[in-house]
Design a binder for this molecule. Structure first.
Ligand code: ADP
Length: 530
């Protein structure tokens, strides 16, 4: 291990003291698993940082433990030296900060080496995994061992099951609500205690991955989007491979169709005719999976409506494009499809198409593969849309599943995007009673003005949304405080509760200070809206 000449240090920790901590950690995990200089440390920077923010969220070191015991020993040293740790599973939380910490100078606790698939149960359809297990890993393991179970991949399959679930990520099959399909955790607390949640409290347990509540208060959700613990094992329910499935793409011609689409879709989601997270993609997002923007328009500023219309005609895509899938036996799929088809056929100029697949057939194209439980990297096509050093940050408000709300959010965001010179690259992912509205601000990091404009736009759309009663479900490091402050009922009682719990569990403020706007008492002065 070589240490850099000019180094970023943990906050309030002198260099000699930091070196002593690094020595102690090296004795625990071994020198190859302590990263304290470039180029290794560079991989813990935010890959899509907006402007100068890369330096604002830098790690002073990274540690890669191999076991729960090593994590506990690392924690003892961190507590002794008062050095904050920022836990990641595989650190691929791109667009929200990657592996970078909220509090600059924190030491990243990178759990990628803890990558065992501990158990798979085909009868009860679940797996128990460690943090380093990616969706690609779990999928490959299930396939190579002949399990008739599907994973539910998010748009980028290289991320970890645990990291994505803790961030309440989502995928595209009926198991797409990852927080809901999680069951049972093992968590190391700041004081080193190891807790198993729910039925995991029975140490010769039989039902840890089967019944989430257990007995008494239920804690699993408390470890999601929080800084209350280090999750070292997690159960995930898996979908039994269906005998058949059908992938549908419905195209709608008019911008105002969004309202009708959402209002037709909602009852079909509520009565479970459509069981997966249907996605409504705007024209530009749909087009980006086919060809870059320069093919249609090469100017600066937002793409003009005339160019969008020409692009839609050329590519044969809609202004809105609805993707969903039906899963089960062929008879059931056919009956469901007839219902869905009838419902959407009444939208003027709609083009409805669908393809049937046998359960073990593999469709081509990343988006389609995700719907069939096969991880892909389709999410990254979007980076080519604007060209240059493509990056994006996402604005992710929760939207009630009504046409009126969807239209309202869309017009608000699109108007602001146009004002700030960005395309509306977005869409809605349909939960049951809510939609995740995801608007990606795609920019070229090498364009001197673009990152700053992206930051300005993001703050504006967050404020607009809050003024209309909408909140974000997830936020980039730079906006975590901003997003948390918007949950302000009763003088921010929610954040006060979160910080009361934080101080009780982690009085030294070691675990992920500032995550989701939750600051431990010792670091509360670092709170700040970017
Ligand atoms: P991905 O699975 O996409 O690689 P990350 O590993 O980047 O996701 O995790 C996303 C976020 O979730 C992290 O920034 C961290 O706040 C939290 N997180 C990830 N893994 C853990 C864990 N094992 N314990 C506690 N928090 C975690």
């Amino acid at each position: 291990m070589t240490r850099a000449a000019t180094r970023l240090l943990p906050p309030d920790v002198p260099e000699a003291k930091f070196d002593r901590a690094l020595d102690a950690w090296t004795a625990i995990v071994g020198a190859p698993h302590v990263v304290a200089s470039d180029p290794g440390l560079a991989s813990y920077l935010d890959p899509f940082a907006i402007g100068p923010q890369q330096a604002a969220f830098a790690a002073s070191a990274a540690l890669l433990p191999a076991s729960v015991e090593e994590i506990r020993a690392i924690l003892r040293v961190a507590t002794e030296f008062r050095i904050p740790l920022w836990t990641v599973s595989t650190g691929r939380n791109f667009a929200y900060g990657g592996a970078a910490p909220r509090l600059s100078g924190s030491v990243v606790l990178d759990l990628q080496r803890m990558n065992r698939i501990i158990h798979v149960d085909e009868t009860l359809a679940y797996a128990l995994v460690e943090p380093g297990v990616s969706y690609f890993d779990l999928h490959a393991y299930l396939r190579s061992n002949g399990y008739r179970l599907w994973v539910d991949p998010p748009a980028a399959g290289w991320g970890s099951v645990i990291g994505n679930t803790l961030e309440r990520g989502f995928g595209y099959t009926p198991y797409g609500d990852h927080a809901a399909t999680q069951c049972g955790m093992e968590v190391v607390l700041a004081n080193g205690d190891v807790v198993r949640t729910g039925m995991g409290g029975i140490d010769i347990g039989t039902s840890w991955q089967l019944y989430k509540p257990g007995y008494g208060p239920s804690f699993d959700a408390m470890f999601m989007q929080s800084n209350y613990g280090i999750v070292t094992k997690m159960g995930v329910w898996l979908m039994p491979a269906p005998p058949a499935y059908m992938l549908a793409e419905f195209q709608f011609r008019h911008e105002s169709d969004l309202e009708t689409i959402v209002d037709i879709l909602r009852p079909l989601r509520l009565d479970e005719t459509i069981r997966n997270h249907a996605v409504i993609e705007g024209a530009i997002r749909r087009a980006a999976s086919i060809a870059p923007r320069s093919q249609w328009y090469d100017g600066s500023g937002p793409m003009p409506e005339s160019a969008v219309a020409a692009m839609m005609d050329k590519l044969g895509i809609g202004r809105w494009n609805l993707h969903f899938a039906l899963y089960g036996t062929q008879e059931v799929i056919d009956a469901q499809y007839a219902i869905v088809h009838r419902a959407f056929a009444r939208v003027p100029d709609a083009v409805l198409s669908a393809t049937r697949y046998a359960g073990d057939a593999e469709p081509t194209g990343g988006g389609a593969r995700n719907l069939a439980g096969i991880p892909a990297m389709s999410a990254f096509r979007m980076l080519d849309w604007r060209g240059g050093a493509g990056a994006h940050v996402d604005f992710s408000p929760v939207c009630p599943a009504t046409g009126r709300d969807a239209m309202r959010q869309y017009t608000m965001v699109k108007a602001r995007a146009t004002e700030y010179g960005f395309d509306y690259y977005g869409g809605f992912t349909a939960g049951v009673r809510h939609l995740h509205h995801i608007f990606a601000l795609i920019f070229d990091r090498d364009d001197p003005l673009a990152p700053e404009q992206a930051g300005d736009l993001l703050r504006v759309v967050m404020s607009d949304a809050r003024a209309a009663g909408y909140g974000e479900y997830r936020a980039h490091l730079a906006y975590m405080d901003f997003a948390a402050a918007q949950y302000s009922f009763n003088d921010a009682a929610l954040l006060r509760l979160s910080e009361t719990i934080k101080d009780a569990l982690d009085p030294a403020g070691i675990l992920a200070p500032g995550k989701q706007g939750i600051w431990p008492r010792v670091w509360r002065g670092k709170r700040g809206y970017t």
